[in-house]
Design a protein. Structure first.
Length: 278
């Protein structure tokens, strides 16, 4: 029986030029872009005229103080903010040149293509195997051998296979916190998204588990575009290719990570990364 796979977002679609110097795209090919993006929760404005271009198959870090709009912007990329009442969005968000807020966009399909890993691991109260196989079955994959192959491949990609291969049918809730987070990453990549959004994926983990997540992110960027929100300056410096600094809902500076941390163009950025405020 032949399975039907939803069409993938075409990553070679044309994109427009950046809207402002702070959004200057990396030299690599951009995949995500925003223009004059603003978002309000009721009367409270969370994002103000954000213009940014993000390249494919790189790690881009969003940094800034709490409440500066990092996670809000991240959730814009797979329209998770649609689930919040009284949200108003202005401006454009394009992925591979396609306006993701267009009425023609299938939000379910978008979220298959733009996966998300949350701050706290959220495994299903099912077995390790079923945590990954469940979403695959929803996509119409039913054959046992095919499910087993994808589950193993996903767990290997998440550097978890060797630790759980002999307990696949035990509860995922019995895993450690770091293992649960890697299981959630395996679950996200099983359906082969183009983009993975990570909202402080290691903030609740110990240093050893955090190191494993960081190593995993560096491996995954060979296949996926990764955007990560982090409060950890050292983590952003270690794993990201580009860094965007936000403050009070505005994009202050966006550049290669090495430049952001060694010779930022804006004093606000320098003050933040050196610990003078935030």
């Amino acid at each position: 029986m032949t399975e039907t796979t939803p069409p993938r977002i075409k990553v070679n679609a044309p994109v427009s030029a950046p809207a402002a110097p702070s959004s200057a795209p990396p030299a690599e090919k951009p995949l995500i872009e925003t223009e004059k993006l603003s978002l309000s929760y009721g009367s409270a404005r969370a994002l103000k005229d954000i213009a940014i271009q993000i390249s494919e198959k790189l790690v881009t870090a969003f940094i800034g103080p709490s409440g500066c709009g990092k996670s809000t912007l991240l959730r814009c990329f797979n329209r998770m903010n649609d689930l919040i009442d009284n949200v108003h969005i202005e401006g454009l968000i394009r992925i591979a040149g396609h306006d993701i807020n267009s009425r023609e966009v299938d939000v379910i399909e978008l979220r298959k293509r733009v996966g998300m890993v949350f701050q706290r691991s959220n495994p299903f109260p099912k077995s390790i195997f079923e945590n990954i196989a469940y979403a695959l079955r929803l996509q119409g994959i039913k054959r046992r051998h095919e499910l087993e192959a994808i589950v193993e491949s996903s767990l290997r990609s998440a550097a978890l296979w060797d630790e759980v291969k002999d307990r696949l049918h035990t509860s995922a809730l019995g895993l450690s916190g770091g293992q649960q987070q890697r299981l959630c990453i395996a679950r996200a990549i099983a359906i082969k998204p183009e983009i993975i959004l990570m909202d402080e994926p290691a903030s609740a983990l110990d240093p050893i588990a955090t190191a494993k997540i960081e190593e995993l992110i560096l491996e995954l960027k060979q296949e996926f575009t990764i955007v990560i929100v982090t409060h950890n300056m050292q983590q952003a410096a270690r794993i990201s290719d580009y860094t965007a600094f936000f403050y009070l809902g505005e994009l202050i500076e966006y550049d290669r990570t090495a430049r952001i941390f060694t010779s930022p163009a804006k004093k606000q950025t320098e003050d933040y990364v050196t610990g003078r405020f935030g």
